[in-house]
Design a protein around this ligand. Structure first.
Ligand code: IPD
Ligand code: CA
Ligand code: CA
Length: 272
């Protein structure tokens, strides 16, 4: 693995642990897995979300004893971010894709040291792409440096996340954003994994991405990846993202960010 700056982080161990946990995803049979519904609409959790999270946490706690967690499943989201190491984990981002056998899901892991994000990794086991960034050390995919796009917005694609668990309040804004995006960008995409959407911006295959509400585990690692790849990530109002609270997310290349922000502002105004 490459970084442009020396780091004391056990990068090889972190990558090994994440790749190992992802083998569980590859073994899964979507026709047979146990699935339960969570709060919100169409919000599912499979036995694999829980197994991947447990596997990661057991290995991370051995690697960095005493570390804390902010993780999606099993109530770990109550844990606070504080001194020392804290992992923010989405064990499977893109659970709906996963349970349908759509092969567009990933593991997302951010590591904070004294409340500062020092490491982010997103692993797509289907494409065998390991995206990782360290603070100040650049962003990489399978060891190769990645950068955001230099395309004009109308010559690139923008991705939209539909905030599917908040249909009652956000269906209308999402629809307005899609309409406005289609005017201002070459085309739109809906991947079904926020973390992979952020990787797409980081490696330049999307020029922009927006989702009106996400949880910290959806965006913690991807935010560092996009920023280290030269991009801009903010909340829907242009402010920095929180670390431990849900927020809407705008992510784009410097060339596309203003267009994305104006697009979203216009869509929000149209909802009033
Ligand atoms: C979801 C995915 C999806 C996004 C949702 C997320 P999950 O995460 O990232 O693309 O639209 O807002 O909650 O539930 O599959 O981990
Ligand atoms: Ca997620
Ligand atoms: Ca998840």
């Amino acid at each position: 693995m490459q970084t442009t700056e020396k780091t004391a982080l056990p990068l090889a161990d972190l990558e090994r642990i994440i790749r190992e946990a992802a083998k569980l995803m590859l073994e899964a049979d979507s026709a047979r897995m146990h699935v339960e519904e969570k709060s919100g609409t169409a919000n599912f959790v499979t036995e694999y979300d829980v197994r991947v999270q447990r596997t990661l946490q057991a290995a991370f706690s051995e690697l960095l004893p005493g570390c804390g967690y902010l993780a999606e499943e099993e109530g770990e989201s109550e844990n606070a971010i504080g001194a020392g190491y804290t992992f923010i984990i989405d064990p499977i981002d893109g659970t709906t894709n996963f349970m349908l056998g759509r092969r567009a899901s990933c593991i997302s892991v951010a590591l904070l040291e004294d409340s500062k994000t020092v490491y982010g990794a997103i692993y797509d086991p289907y494409a065998d792409r390991f995206y990782m960034a360290t603070a100040g050390g650049g962003a990489f995919c399978n060891g190769q440096p990645i950068h955001v796009s230099d395309r004009e917005p109308l010559k690139g694609v923008a991705a939209i996340g539909t905030a599917p668990y908040y249909k009652e309040t956000l269906s209308r804004p999402v629809t307005e954003i899609i309409y406005a995006m289609l005017q201002n960008f070459g085309d739109i995409r809906r991947v079904g994994s926020a973390a992979l959407d952020l990787c797409d911006v980081a490696c330049g295959v999307s020029v922009a991405y927006c989702e009106p509400i996400l949880s910290p585990w959806d965006f913690a690692a991807g935010r560092l990846l996009v920023e280290e790849a030269g991009g801009i990530v903010t909340d829907m109002h242009g402010a920095p993202l929180p670390q431990d609270k849900p927020a809407g997310v705008l992510a784009a290349s410097p060339k596309a960010y203003e267009t994305l922000k104006k697009t979203v502002d216009a869509a929000m105004a149209a909802c009033k």
